[in-house]
Design a protein around this ligand. Sequence first.
Ligand SMILES: [Zn+2]
Length: 490
Amino acid sequence: MFKSVIEAILILLAVFIGITLVRAIFFVPKKKDYGRPAPENVDRARAEKHLAEAIQIKTISYPEDELVDWQEFERFHAFLDEAYPLIKKNLKREVIDKASLLYRWEGADPALDAVAYLSHMDVVPVADGTQQDWTHPAFEGFNDGEFIWGRGALDMKNHLVCVMEAVEDLLAEGFKPKCDIYLCFGHNEEVVGSDNAGAFAIMETLKSRGVRLECVIDEGGAILPVKVKGIMNKYLAGVGIAEKGYVDYEVSVLEKGGHSSQPPKHTGLGKLADVIKDIEAHQFKSKLSPFIMDLFGKIGRNVSYPARIVTCNLWLLKPVLKAVMKKIPPAASLIRTTTAVTMAQGSPAANVLPQKSSVTVNFRQMPGTTVKDVENHIRKVSRNKAIEVKMLKGKEASGFSPTDSRSYKVLEELCMQANPDNIVAPFLVMGGTDAYFYEPICSNIYRFAPFVVDTNLLMCTHATNERAPVSILPEGITFFKRFTRRMAGE
Ligand SMILES: [Zn+2]
């Protein structure tokens, strides 16, 4: 009896392995002919010149309005007028809020929902003391033939310039859109958690006019080369279909205080240490959302044969996958609300017992988890129920945009046409984008920059030696021209 059970198990196992080996052979991307679109004319030299000029204008945003040099934003507006005469002539332009811009390219059929291209004009400052570390000065826009250097080269004057070049070209070619096309350029995206976001003001303006958007394209994803020797040699075009929320909570323990010469066993800070441990020990639950499975499924189909024996059984490996991801911080951030205890404060002097001991904890919520859920979580996991919990700053996570909308499919098709080695997959954006504000008037929000940029270069954004490869400009302009033709021309 016992022997026959083992035999049965072994037979089943053999059958499973057999099926897997065969399944892995056929576990490949679905063959689809995406066709070849007509080549687009792109004025590469003009685009390079314009990106360099855009970088030279110091549109730096600060949380405090009085620190902002508004003249630089006026210069930027004037630069756009001069660089793109056909846009100036044919599109209606408004300055919204302090210095955001809203362009409207009127379509033939006012009943159709519009397409919106977002970009922010502002950049982050260069950190004090790091100016000398730049190979070429941050606001020179130096073009060495391979890269254009400077603050904003990748985040995201490159994107803005490509949108403008594409529209200018289409106007020159006599293209007439069927639906309205809006160019929405915010002036303070980099000011995290800004409650007076230019993007919000633009959305409110559009909403007040009854505008509905068919889709929004903004920054957030890019095309990453993924090269793992012997396993994969592809490009991952990540389309951000959602973004995480952000909230800072201050958690405090209140005590009487007093002189440190006669301390109790635990001061307020000591008690707070237990609270911190409780918070860190009770991480939020992780979940492999459908988009993660979609992402891994797509990647899994694109790895080489022996590796596919594993990846074709992702459904079976879900618990293992989750356990592994939880151990790797960047991967963990994709599957759960993250917790980071970042700042602490006790008494103001070494010989004073703290009356208020507090820590600031930064959470990045998964879509579906609210700011309030986070507060409840803190109160639940802390064994010390006398804590004070106060929200300092917060923003809800976005919703998920669908991957079966017309605009997503067009985006995917254009990527596949541009390079059959692209893998187009949805993913979750960790930081905030201006696109977030458009949810009230748009359901299809895609955070995607059509540029091939490797991780080394991405690390330079907001840092020293930010630079854009000149090769991304024709790719970007072509993408926006084609996307416009597809969404507004058919
Ligand atoms: Zn940005």
